[in-house]
Ligand binder design. Sequence first.
Ligand code: 26Q
Length: 741
Amino acid sequence: MKKEQFIKELQKLDVKNKDVITLYNEISSLAMQCAGDITPTEGKRNAYYLSMEFLIGRSFYNNLMELGVLAQTQKILTDKGVDINVFEEIEDAALGNGGLGRLAACFLDSAAGLGLPLHGYGIRYKYGLFKQAFKNGCQVELPDDWQKFGDPWSIRRAGEKRVIKYADMEVTAVPYDMPVFGKRINRLRLFQAEGSEEAQKISEYLYPADDTEEGKILRIRQEYFFSAATVAELLENFVKHNGGDFNNFPEYNVIQLNDTHPVMAIAEFIRQLTSDYKLAFPDALRIAKNTFAYTNHTVLPEALETWNEEYIRKILPEIADIIVELSLYAKREQAECGSAEAEEMAIYKNGRFYMANLAVYVAKKVNGVAKLHTEILKSSTFKAANKIYPGKFQNKTNGITHRRWLELCNVELCELIDSAIGTDWRGNISGLEKLNGCTEKFAEQFTAVKAAKKHSLLKYIADKEGIKIPDNFLVYAQVKRLHEYKRQLMTAFAILELYFGLKDGTITDFQPSVFVFGAKSAPSYKRAKAIIKFINEIASKVNSDPETSGLLRVVFVCNYNVSYAEKIVAGSDVSLQVSTAGLEASGTGNMKFMMNGAVTCGTMDGANIEIVELAGRHNNYIFGATVEDLTAVKENGYNPADYLKGAAGRAVETLVDGTFSDGGDGSFKELYDSLLTYKDPDNYFVLLDLNSYVKSLLQINSDYKDKKSFAVKQLNNVANSAYFSSDRTIAEYSREIWELY
Ligand code: 26Q
């Protein structure tokens, strides 16, 4: 970065009569000019992260921070009468749904920060994840036209475009590079589809579901589009820089598949090697086996991708043939297995392609994203494969970049940490552990920092949502995609129990509390949408009840996104992570809250387990059934109605007793039936865990009375959060999968 030049030019910049968007574009472009080029890596070993999603959020502040000029920019702009916060009106780039997409963005940040050559490859959607509005408490979706302010952080590389062929059409893939700044400058390359109207549709929308939507041809086209463009580029570059012996390809390239969405890259890799470069199939397969690695992010059966063979055959006949061929190779190799095991591992059965099984077969390494999750993959989801491929499965517990999720979003806390242990931790996050020795001493100052961050959050919420929450409220937050397994509905019932308890006097001595929700539901996911409506109904009732509104409030923030998250994680006291045990692969929001000093109120699921292992169970609030408990419950036959006695019953009945209105669409009754009357009722065990959840929430509420000891718990979480920096995760991937050093 030519810092001096940037500062000099910025000082000269005329801000008069310029609107925010013009200023944003001018300052960003200036930073891009001074930042320098993507660090060359030709002829060296590189890792490629293929992902349908990169949820990068807002680039402006983060990039200026990474370039080391954020503080000076702020000062120069202030001198010119411009508040740097005005750029908050620039939209986030929401090219992802949730955890998986945000993880990809954190990984790129960490790799650049560590000086490792990891490059992201994906799709430049014209519209990112929809913008959420509420109409009568119901979610409505609006298009997210994130480029309407310009896109000064991308460079179009028209000279490197290439044609992608489907049986029925041709599409041009035009790369756009977003530099990722750190110790080196890496590349996030997103392909835009150009050509006919049909062709352009391929990169028009991000699929707004975070589980499989069956049978969507357009989704197949998208998956193939960027996989094929990436593979073609890597093979071509290899020939150009490393000669034509593809046996050496894996020495220079490793391709990480972010879930199964880019798995077509495997088939395409073999197709290009066999058709374009004339290798024999077994040789191409061997090279693929040394090149690809696969990360699984879910064990929910409905989210494991399978494709109807006919769909793929119609638009990609050669790819269909190759997948069938691969399934035969796999079968032969797995011949020693029993028939049940062979069936479990089949890539092709009953006219469908099983993309996870394909990935597991070819990948040299397969990883889960938290200890428990990896254990479940090994002992259940991919049990047979784990038996015949020992050593293939690994764990890589997720992480988050502490640069965005601590240094950028919580400057005040960072300054306090500096004053306690010096600034070395900023260069090497494991230094944060030194805080362990001084949590008592800093408790009071920490309380003041938390109060300041809470004040900013509550002010922001008041401005955005029109709901004023007093500063003395304890803040519980549940922010994440809306899904039944994440159990926002259980939190809703818990709130109702608190509300009724406060009204009838069974709950006394209660610290004023607010529950903050943020979540988007997939547009077609009716039950999730009903949960949003239900929570909004609860919010209106609770907030307007003069008997309780001094003690209990509920806010469902609208259009939760990365930028909102930055404020919520910094300003909250309690992180709600209450998924059904065994179903949240890892969670990463849990880590962001921990790092900012919120205690976790959660189940023994995903990375929560590792969080409490490191920060101490006594500094957090664990409740509910474990994976083992649930196995036993299922064996004994689960009857949710058994858990409806007392307060829980009253809360659940509000779905059908006229307390709330679903607007007449029957969706609350449907929710009720899903819990109590359908076959396999309450399959996420909401009622089973509700009672212990409420107890936990009340325990937290009571512990909060002693501000000092509560702050010590929170600080212990900060002090032990270094493990959850994605710098640690990326170092592990780099050593144990990518072999970058
Ligand atoms: C697949 C096919 C068709 C349409 C959509 C999809 C699809 C899209 C997105 C399937 C899954 C996703 C996203 C999954 C996801 O975000 N998983 C989360 O990954 C995080 C990072 O590892 C974990 O922390 C979370 O626990 C996990 O839920």
